[in-house]
Ligand binder design. Structure first.
Ligand code: HEC
Length: 195
């Protein structure tokens, strides 16, 4: 009888001593790896490191021209277009243009989109050379990246390729909107690798 009691007390003591008031640890454990992962935990000190300076995500093309008035003027002369721009089919950007630009600039690029008709946003230009004599594919890229006055930036909605598809389509609309212009005649930008 006494042996039984002693064993019972000893067993309970052993059992209790394996408990732990710290809720974040399992106390004494058998086969530790089952409880404590040997792998690093997310954000554990020493695991998460900042990328090396100058690292860019795959597929990301940095744009170095500043969001200033001087930057805008500079962008007009920026002829750094991707190598495929010259052979890009303008129609490839039509759908994207319809999703992101036509509600303001109009399906034809005449500046008469639905928001203009309803007078929600005013001062939207048509793309014709009479309205915007100085724009270039480089300056359109600039405006897509940073926006301009009442037009917001579209950099977050469009990736690099999509921006160029839209620009090609805008340039086609510009040609259509420019009386007397030969098709695509104004698009003299030579294909160069992007900066
Ligand atoms: C919310 C309405 C709105 C949307 C959407 C919009 N724009 Fe504009 N856009 C404007 C307004 C307003 C201006 C006139 C800005 C100014 O010069 O004051 C403008 C100006 C421009 C210009 C002429 C900039 C210059 O150099 O003077 C271009 C090119 C242009 N937009 C292209 C686009 C393209 C491409 C898209 C779609 C990706 C787009 N816009 C979407 C409102 C819009």
């Amino acid at each position: 009888m006494r042996i039984k009691t002693t064993l019972w007390i000893a067993g309970s003591a052993l059992l209790l001593s394996s408990c732990n008031s710290d809720k974040t640890t399992p106390g004494y454990t058998y086969m530790d790896d089952m409880y404590r992962s040997p792998a690093h935990q997310t954000y554990e000190p020493g695991t998460t490191k900042l990328p090396v300076d100058g690292t860019v995500p795959r597929g990301y093309v940095p744009y170095m021209i500043a969001n200033t008035n001087e930057g805008y003027i500079e962008s007009r002369a920026n002829s750094a277009v991707p190598s495929y721009y010259a052979t890009l089919d303008a129609e490839a950007g039509k759908e994207l243009y319809g999703q992101f630009c036509s509600h303001c600039h109009g399906e034809k690029g005449d500046g008469n989109g639905i928001l203009m008709q309803r007078e929600k946003i005013l001062g939207i230009p048509g793309y014709g050379a009479d309205k915007l004599p100085d724009i270039s594919p480089g300056s359109i890229y600039h405006v897509i990246m940073y926006g301009k006055n009442n037009m917001g930036s579209h950099a977050a909605q469009l990736n690099y390729e999509e921006r160029w598809k839209i620009i090609k389509y805008v340039w086609k609309l510009r040609t259509d909107q420019t009386p007397g212009a030969a098709p695509a005649a104004a698009d003299t930008t030579a294909a160069q690798p992007a900066a």
